[in-house]
Every structure is written in structure tokens, then in C-alpha cells.
Design a binder for this molecule. Structure first.
Ligand SMILES: [Fe+2]
Ligand SMILES: [Fe+2]
Length: 270
């Protein structure tokens, strides 16, 4: 089975890159399952129903959020009604929505997607992601009760993300980091077969400060006496995603390849 996991889609230019590249990639590379992180899809802050539906129409199977997933009006109702859109699982138990999705891939295989939030240096609090995974993996067994298990860990620290990757090595198909909007060059298969990348970056305009207009963001950092309003950058986006081939029997990874198409980080996929 072949899966594609894309980093934080940022604002209009990020959405345009999804429309431009995803449908063609999905058919050309015979991708069975697509995950998009949509935490910043609506102007940089969360997602709404119309945008979520456009992602599904473009070929996404499951969408994940993060610390901004409740930012838009109507987000609570959307998260309660749309099972394919996740908020982090380890938010307080009374939080609307869900953090796990049992989905069916285009090839009929059962894919479990789990979305988690980091605990270190994040703007909102979360419960222990390691304990949460132990709890979930007592139910989902890779290669037995699930053909694939994919974890989106929305976190700031590279160390925390690497710790979760190794903690889950051999028990899930893939662990990818999201949230920082900067892709790390460490995509690999860990010792016991889990695909891993510390951060898969963003689908967004990289001529920016993590997706925000560079002039205003530079002002924010360099003149802390000025109150700056950040707005999303609107130049051509780079479409970023981790492509993973899984063994059909074990659900573990065989091949990983990081894709960057268009915009400032563009590369060829050959
Ligand atoms: Fe983000
Ligand atoms: Fe985030």
C-alpha cells in the first residue's frame, strides 16, 4: 500500500498547491491513501467545512488539525459531524470531536489515523501523548486489527518528536511531525520498520516566515515594541509530503521518499 502524508496546508496558496498537485500525483503514483494536515488552511488559522470538502474532492482521505483546529467559526460542529477531520486525541476528554479515525483506503485496506499534540513549548496544553498511544495500541494491532496505523504528531520540539517516533517504532506504520512548517531532512525507516520524519513541513509559500508575510514577521521579531498583525504569505506554494510504501502483510514501511513540488523548495520527483 502506498500512502502520502502532507504537512500543514497554509492559506490560499497552500490550498492551490494541493489542487494543483494532489489529484495528478494520486493517480500517477497509484497512491492508496492521502492525509493532509489542515491546521492553517483557512487564512492560516484552522479550517472550515467548504475548505475541508474541497480537500476531500481533491483526493484526501483524512484531515488532521492541531493547535488551530478550533479557530474558525463553526469548527466545533464540523469536528463533531465530520469523522474524517481530526483534532488531537490527547486534548482534554471533554473536547468536541475525535482524535482517531478508522478509515478505508482506496484499495480497501483499513487505515487507522491517530492525531496527537506535543506537550513541550506548545500554546495549548495536552495530556501525555506516550500514554495515549499505549492506550490506543492496546486496541489497534498493526498487521492484525489494522493494515496501517499512521500518527501525525503536531509538536514543536524535534526531540519530543524523535522520542515518540522511537517509542512507537515497530508498532505503527508511520510517525510524522507537523506544526513547525519547516521540513527536516531526516525521512527514514526506523530500526523496527516505522517510517519517520521529524517534520514534513508545510504546503505553503516558503518566501515567508513559516507561512506568514516576511515583512510583518520580521518586524514582530525585530521591533518588539510594535504591535504587529501577521498575515499569510500569498506567493506560489511548495507542495510537501512524505510518500511511504508499506508492506501489505506487516503494515511496516519499505520505502520512504519526501516530495517537494513547486515554489521555493521545488524539486523533481524523478
Ligand atoms: Fe501549522
Ligand atoms: Fe500548529
Amino acid at each position: 500500500m502506498r500512502i502520502l502524508i502532507c504537512g500543514d496546508v497554509n492559506a490560499r496558496s497552500g490550498r492551490e498547491s494541493v489542487n494543483k498537485y494532489l489529484p495528478e500525483l494520486k493517480s500517477k503514483l497509484s497512491i492508496d491513501f492521502v492525509m493532509l494536515n489542515v491546521d492553517n488552511a483557512a487564512g492560516g488559522f484552522g479550517v472550515n467545512k467548504e475548505i475541508a470538502n474541497a480537500f476531500f474532492a481533491a483526493g484526501a482521505n483524512v484531515l488532521t488539525g492541531g493547535n488551530h483546529v478550533f479557530d474558525q467559526n463553526g469548527a466545533i460542529g464540523l469536528l463533531e459531524s465530520e469523522k474524517r477531520l481530526l483534532r488531537p486525541f490527547n486534548m482534554p476528554i471533554s473536547t468536541p470531536g475525535r482524535g482517531v479515525c478508522e478509515a478505508v483506503a482506496n484499495n480497501g485496506k483499513k487505515v487507522v489515523v491517530i492525531h496527537l499534540l506535543g506537550q513541550k513549548d506548545m500554546p495549548c496544553t495536552a495530556n501525555d501523548p506516550f500514554e495515549a498511544m499505549n492506550q490506543l495500541l492496546s486496541k489497534y494491532k498493526l498487521g492484525q486489527t489494522a493494515d496501517a496505523i499512521i500518527v501525525d504528531f503536531h509538536a514543536e520540539l524535534t526531540s519530543e518528536k524523535n522520542a515518540l517516533g522511537h517509542f512507537l517504532d515497530g508498532r505503527v506504520s508511520a510517525v510524522v511531525g507537523t506544526h513547525t512548517h519547516i521540513p527536516t531532512a531526516d525521512e527514514r525507516i526506523l530500526e523496527y520498520g516505522t517510517a519517520f520524519q521529524t517534520d514534513i513541513g508545510m504546503c505553503g509559500d516558503y518566501d515567508s516566515i513559516i507561512g506568514m508575510k516576511k515583512e510583518t514577521a520580521v518586524e514582530m521579531f525585530s521591533k518588539n515594541y510594535v504591535k504587529t498583525k501577521l498575515t499569510s504569505a500569498s506567493g506560489e506554494a511548495t507542495f510537501c509530503g512524505l510518500l511511504v510504501d508499506l508492506d501489505d502483510k506487516s503494515g511496516l514501511a519499505k520505502i520512504v521518499k519526501f516530495i517537494k513540488l513547486g515554489g521555493k523548495l521545488s524539486q523533481s520527483i524523478t
